[in-house]
Design a protein around this ligand. Structure first.
Ligand SMILES: C[S@@+](CC[C@H](N)C(=O)[O-])C[C@H]1O[C@@H](n2cnc3c(N)ncnc32)[C@H](O)[C@@H]1O
Length: 316
């Protein structure tokens, strides 16, 4: 739409028109807005168009990234960044873990904060649900990856949020019994179906319900190596409780240190930004392939053929 129409739609005061024009200029430069070449409206006004990036910010787009942007820009998440210098200059260890800038700012970890502030809990859950929608459609839409779930009788989605991912898996595999396992304040009020989906509240550092397979999507990147080891050991307990050899399916981004040296593309920038986000907000990290392999090797897991990692011995 042309600027005049935009001003009306956004209910901008006419005295602020020139400011909107300047905002639009930077949005064009950053690729969030495009302009139409053929100007054929009566006033010869430039017309603005959405781009692929701004489409992802539309409220009615099922893959909308708006909740992620709102969360990232919320003062609760921004303030810890201002603590970085203070945090870097002092030793602030609490047992096995360093207190992260989020704790320097708020005095508690993000998950405890979310349990006390419903607005943040809702926003955070919305962010993970949108991402789960995108990832589940990719994962379950591709036979190569879908195969990972074939033959499983039960699956627990540990830290599964409000269950978007698990719901999609349960629908694709109606014979598999699926559990969304997350902190009590996250799953409170959610109900499964009578067939193959249920919600369980708990703490993954204490005990995980027994099952054939565990899904850890965006979980290990939230924690340091020692904490990941504790989570993986709890997973191991859960998948071997029934006397079976189960498996853990890990979905996390892979930062490739070696390739990154020569690459400056958006993908690498996003990975490195997420790594900083993990450092500041939760005390985790985005890992390279090597680091992830170390972690799972240390927890004495074998890699399966379709894991995307080298397979030391084929899964029998
Ligand atoms: C980054 S989110 C990932 C959510 C979901 N797996 C996804 O990818 O959409 C991390 C999740 O771990 C959960 N979580 C944090 N600490 C936990 C704990 N001790 N036990 C179980 N879940 C936990 C959080 O509540 C949150 O839902």
């Amino acid at each position: 739409m042309p600027l005049s129409q935009l001003i009306i739609s956004l209910q901008i005061h006419p005295s602020k028109t020139s400011f909107i024009q300047r905002l639009m200029r930077i949005l064009i430069n950053s690729g969030f807005i495009a302009t139409k070449n053929n100007i054929n409206n009566d006033d010869n006004e430039v017309e603005y168009l959405l781009t692929d990036s701004s489409m992802l910010l539309l409220k009615n787009n099922p893959l909308s990234m708006t909740p992620f942007v709102l969360l990232s820009l919320d003062p609760v998440m921004i303030k810890p960044w201002h603590q970085l210098s203070t945090w870097l200059m002092k030793n602030d260890c609490d047992g096995d873990r360093d207190r992260m800038p989020f704790e320097t700012e708020h005095g508690i970890i993000l998950w405890d904060y979310a349990s006390r502030v419903p607005k943040l809990n809702l926003l955070f859950n919305d962010v993970t649900a949108r991402d789960a929608q995108l990832v589940s459609s990719l994962l379950l839409g591709d036979e190569k990856w879908k195969e990972v779930f074939e033959g499983l009788e039960s699956l627990v989605d540990v830290g599964g949020g409000t269950g978007t991912m698990t719901m999609a898996i349960a629908k694709s595999f109606p014979k598999m019994s699926c559990v969304v396992f997350d902190l009590p304040h996250v799953v409170a009020g959610f109900q499964g179906n009578d067939e193959n989906l249920k919600y369980v509240g708990g703490n993954m550092f204490e005990a995980i319900p027994p099952c054939d397979a565990i899904l850890l999507k965006w979980i290990l990147h939230d924690w340091n190596d020692k904490e990941c080891m504790n989570i993986l050991m709890k997973c191991k307990e859960a998948i071997t409780k029934k006397g079976k050899k189960g498996k853990v399916i890990i979905i996390d981004m892979v930062v490739d240190d070696e390739d990154n040296n020569n690459k400056k593309d958006d993908e690498v920038e996003t990975q490195l930004f997420f790594d900083m986000l993990m450092m500041v907000e939760v005390g985790g990290k985005e890992r390279s392939k090597k680091e992830s392999i170390h972690l799972t090797n240390d927890a004495t897991f074998r890699h399966t053929a379709n894991s995307g990692h080298p397979c030391p011995e084929p899964l029998k």
